[in-house]
Design a protein. Structure first.
Length: 114
């Protein structure tokens, strides 16, 4: 059974950076694509970045050039490096398997505020 444990969130000023981590349990990590999602208060949960098993990545327009998704197969961990953060990036961030969603983890809160 796949489980996700997200970490690395916090409070940061506009223009700052954070690096999120998602540790994934289960035996199919190297064969799976993964995505980072976010959900702001009162809004739907949206996919913001995804990475394929071979390391190719895709981003939603609002984070292109600022966020970078990566993976460490030996550690079964997916990362999201977030730079030039904006207040509108404030949300709870989750990881999951795009197109084959599993049970959600607890997420990690990112708050961008001065």
């Amino acid at each position: 059974q796949v489980q996700f444990v997200e970490s690395g969130g916090g409070l940061v000023q506009p223009g700052g950076s954070l690096r999120l981590s998602c540790t994934v349990s289960g035996s199919m990590f190297i064969f799976s694509a993964f995505g980072w999602y976010r959900q702001a208060p009162g809004k739907q949960r949206d996919l913001v970045a995804q990475i394929t098993p071979d390391g190719s990545s895709v981003y939603t327009d609002s984070v292109k050039g600022r966020f970078t998704i990566s993976r460490a197969n030996a550690k079964q961990t997916v990362f999201l490096q977030m730079n030039s953060l904006k207040p509108e990036d404030t949300a709870v961030y989750y990881c999951n398997v795009p197109d084959d969603l599993r049970s959600w983890g607890q997420g990690t809160q990112v708050t961008v505020s001065s």
